[in-house]
Design a protein around this ligand. Structure first.
Ligand SMILES: [Zn+2]
Length: 886
């Protein structure tokens, strides 16, 4: 699965709040696992959905094997009504007595006569509902018609068919769909027969028997989807959407063709199915879902208008397509034994998605985006409520809570550090060996690092266990390198200086010290070429020195690929800042800004120190470095500055510092690289945030021109201009954007316009946007984000929060687990004790399901902000005073 919230967005880099984040804690819950006595071998499933009345009927047989004789069989089921259940075993047929346990979402079929050990076949006739909850078998709607679609991960296959709904119960499936005559359907396998009937108004589609797979990867989608087609390595690839949007599918097919061939080569195991479909769905909660052979997407994660798309929109689609396709091997073909190891799926796909996209588009500087993402992850993992990558997940809520920044971001960063240490080809062999040993089966974390250890003959097991089983991250404090050695001390790092880490907690991690010149580091031609010039050594808990290779500059995280924070003696750090532009690669400069921001948060550096680094990087040619450096400035503006005067002084500095850099850029040209387009857009955004009057009025002009003719303005600058124009916009501009949000067929523009409605700062328009989000005109999948956006900015936060409290009866009808968590998390932007107490008191009286940990995080973020302001605001004042004297 892929989250909706791209962590690489410009301003997310350093903000304290992380949405969608919730962490499991100790909680008593009954084990809800099924018995191992009965295992499914094969499902035969015929479903007849009625899209008008939002219901379906099902006929199912499940061939099972009993290890021991039994009088009953228990499996999973939710919101299903049973008509008749029989079993045939040992040559006899019996009817079952059915009892359900709603709490556990389990159903027990009891039989008068004991079933012998061995084979048995259950036959089940039942009915279910096509719900509106974006999970199970659900209804997705457009203005024209209804669609019946599925989303089963993690535990919702049981809403569509009674099943052994756990990842290790793999089985094969024969799926048949009985649908309206004019409609089509898509499932995991290709269609093998299409016959008229039953009745004149229906036809019956049978799909090819699937390979052995987990329940959560089954999919069936019914409607009038249309597709464009392609092919790679003999596999038919289709990009499908509702008919009005099929013209926006070819880009995803192009990406999928490239990625399929890339993965076939990388994994050394051919894509295991005969076809691959990518389907964009009008209503979809997550970003995308890796159903085996039938990947589903939120429209913005798959559809692109190539004539007008921004670089960001294309990057996002390419990365999501590559992420879900990585799961076809890593997750679908070989699946984690249980949900506690979901990081194996998600961390792997998060790491893997970058490789084919980097090879396909070297000009996108994907490695720099990854370095920026690592900073976000390290900040998240430096908070006290973080968790170990592998954690307990038994109940539905605990399982859902595993899909967080730790399972994705941290696990991905850990894999990157291990790959960098072993070398890409050795790591690839380890991946191949792991997959080859568990095809169509399940595996654990130990299986993965065992394969890497056996392949590389290096202590990957110790390294990975150290990073996977312990929460948090190490801070490595280095001494002055001398005589080929450098002293190093490690301890757990917290952003907050008031937390004293447990001195006993230590890691076994690879540390790679830079040896080469800049420009050596970037590999863009696949996994076989070298990485940054470096010398790596495994730092053990006992070690207090490392080898220090001869180099003109000492930088202890080559390529920014290690999973740790670094701190240097003053003279070493000063040399790094002075030579950052000449001697560090862009990813290393991104890593350095992250380290310095961490030092500031931990009160080991001041606002002035950080601003000196930003000043040293102000002419940086890389858009990602600029975004990374500016992320901290934005946090200082939003969180450290406590008065209008301080903000005004910071804004004046931003205009004085970045205005000339922007002015020096040549005017936009057709031939501009993606980096140039993004750099220009970032600088324009910085000046817009500083309310530079010329930029604000220019933004409105560019925005109007972009809306009138999207081909006439660079899409990246156009979207940035829209953001500035909306923040400073009036009612007429609001009307204009609302119309686009309601009528545009271009998902980037449509969803973009909707999000922009939430960015207006004029109080009357903030209220109008929230009224609109509460109305039936905004899809459930989008509504709560419209509340979360104004909670991110100081200018609108209080107004939005008051609105949420005053209109809670309406807001609570929009809550789903993921989105409710997002809303609760968004309160983490406050920065005072009174506001924190208000947030806590409100949610104590108005519980949001599955958002308990989001609330803890929000409170922690507010406390972090209070502390940051208390410690750093005096330094900010000093720095401002010093600017005046310059
Ligand atoms: Zn995923």
């Amino acid at each position: 699965m892929k989250f909706r919230h791209s962590s690489s967005s410009f301003l997310a880099v350093f903000t304290a709040v992380l949405y969608c984040l919730s962490l499991p804690g100790a909680r008593s819950a009954d084990a809800q696992r099924l018995s191992q006595n009965v295992r499914p071998d094969h499902y035969t499933l015929t479903l007849t959905p009625d899209l008008k009345v939002a219901a379906f009927s099902g006929e199912e047989t499940i061939d099972v094997t009993l290890a021991e004789a039994a009088n009953s069989i228990t499996l999973n089921s939710a919101e299903i009504a049973f008509q008749e259940v029989t079993v045939s075993a040992g040559g006899k047929q019996q009817t079952a007595t059915v009892t359900s346990d709603k709490e556990k979402e389990q159903i027990t079929f009891a039989f008068a006569e004991q079933l012998p050990a061995g084979k048995a076949t259950l036959s089940i006739a039942y009915t279910g509902i096509l719900n509106n909850e974006l999970r199970g078998f659900y209804l997705s709607k457009t203005a024209r018609r209804n669609y019946a679609v599925t989303q089963f991960e993690s535990t919702d296959a049981r809403r569509a068919f009674p099943s052994f709904d756990e990842p290790a119960f793999k089985a094969t499936y024969d799926i048949t769909l009985v649908i309206d005559a004019g409609d089509t359907a898509i499932s995991n396998g290709p269609i093998v027969s299409d016959t008229p009937g039953p009745g004149a108004a229906k036809h019956t589609l049978k799909f090819l028997t699937t390979p052995k797979m987990s329940t959560y990867l089954v999919a069936f989608l019914v409607g009038d989807f249309q597709c464009t087609e392609g092919e790679a390595d003999g596999v038919k690839i289709r990009g499908c959407a509702t008919p009005d949007k099929v013209a926006l599918t070819p880009y995803s097919v192009e990406v999928a063709k490239y990625v399929l061939h890339y993965y076939n080569t990388y994994f050394g195991i051919p894509y295991p199915l005969k076809k691959l479909d990518l389907i964009a769905l009008p209503d979809f909660e997550a970003g995308a879902m890796e159903n085996f052979g039938a990947i589903t997407y939120r429209e913005t994660a798959m559809l692109v208008d190539l004539k007008t798309a921004s670089v960001g929109a294309k990057k996002n689609v390419a990365l999501v397509v590559a992420h879900e396709m990585a799961h076809q091997w890593f997750g679908d073909l070989v699946t984690m034994q249980w949900w506690d190891n979901i990081w194996l799926n998600e961390g792997f796909a998060t790491w893997m998605e970058n490789k084919p996209v980097e090879a396909m588009h070297p000009e996108w500087n994907i490695d720099q985006m990854v370095a920026g993402d690592s900073n976000v992850t390290l900040n998240l993992d430096a908070q006290p409520t973080t968790r170990a990558i592998r954690a307990r997940a038994e109940t539905r809520d605990e399982i859902e809570e595993m899909f967080d920044g730790i399972s994705y971001g941290k696990a991905g960063a850990v894999l990157l550090s291990v790959e960098n240490f072993l070398g890409p080809e050795t790591f690839r062999e380890g991946v191949h060996n792991y997959l080859a040993a568990h095809l169509y089966s399940n595996a654990t974390a130990e299986d993965f690092w065992g394969a890497q250890t056996a392949t590389s003959h290096k202590p990957v097991d110790k390294i990975m266990e150290s990073l996977v089983a312990q929460p948090g991250e190490p801070l490595l404090t280095f001494g002055e390198p001398a005589g080929g050695k450098v002293a190093v001390a490690q301890k757990r790092f917290f952003l907050s200086p008031s937390i004293e880490p447990d001195a006993k907690q230590k890691w076994t991690i690879p540390v790679c010290i830079k040896t080469g010149a800049p420009g050596d580091g970037h590999s863009s031609t696949g996994w076989k070429t070298g990485s940054d010039r470096q010398e790596c050594e495994v730092l053990t808990p006992e070690a207090s020195t490392l080898r220090a290779p001869a180099a003109s500059l000492f930088f202890a995280n080559a390529g920014g690929k290690g999973y740790y924070r670094s701190a240097y003696p003053a003279s070493v750090y000063a040399a790094l800042v002075a030579n950052a532009e000449s001697d560090l690669s862009p990813t290393e400069r991104i890593s350095l800004t992250g380290d310095e921001w961490a030092q500031l948060r931990a009160n080991k550096a001041t606002v002035g120190d950080y601003m000196n680094l930003v000043t040293a990087l102000k002419d940086d040619p890389s858009a990602e470095v600029m975004a990374s450096a500016f992320g901290g400035v934005n946090s200082i503006y939003e969180h450290v500055a406590g008065s209008a005067e301080e903000r005004a002084a910071l804004a004046a500095w931003m205009v004085a510092t970045f205005g000339p850099v922007y002015a020096r850029l040549p005017p936009p040209a057709e031939s501009d690289s993606p980096n140039t387009r993004e750099l220009r857009a970032h600088l324009f955004d910085v000046l817009g945030r500083a309310k530079d009057t010329a930029v604000v009025s220019q933004a409105r002009q560019i925005a109007e021109q972009y809306l009138a003719d999207q081909g006439s303005v660079d899409g990246t600058l156009g979207h940035t201009a829209l953001g500035i124009a909306a923040r400073n916009g009036d009612a007429a501009f609001f009307d204009q954007l609302q119309k686009i949000a309601e009528t545009s067929n271009n998902p980037e523009l449509q969803e973009g316009a909707l999000r922009l409605l939430a960015a207006f700062e004029d109080p009357a328009l903030v209220r109008r946007s929230l009224d609109y989000a509460s109305s039936s005109k905004v899809r459930n999948q989008d509504a709560l984000t419209q509340f979360a956006i104004p909670m991110q900015t100081d200018a609108t936060r209080e107004l939005a929060w008051t609105y949420v409290k005053d209109h809670w009866d309406t807001v609570k009808t929009l809550l789903t687990p993921e989105l409710g968590s997002e809303l609760v998390g968004s309160t983490g932007g406050f920065c005072s004790a009174a506001e924190r107490d208000d947030v806590e008191a409100f949610f104590a009286g108005h519980k949001v399901p599955s958002a308990e940990h989001s609330l803890k995080h929000a409170v922690e973020s507010i406390n972090g902000c209070i502390e940051l302001r208390r410690l750093q605001e005096p330094h900010l004042r000093q720095w401002i005073a010093a600017q005046g004297k310059m």
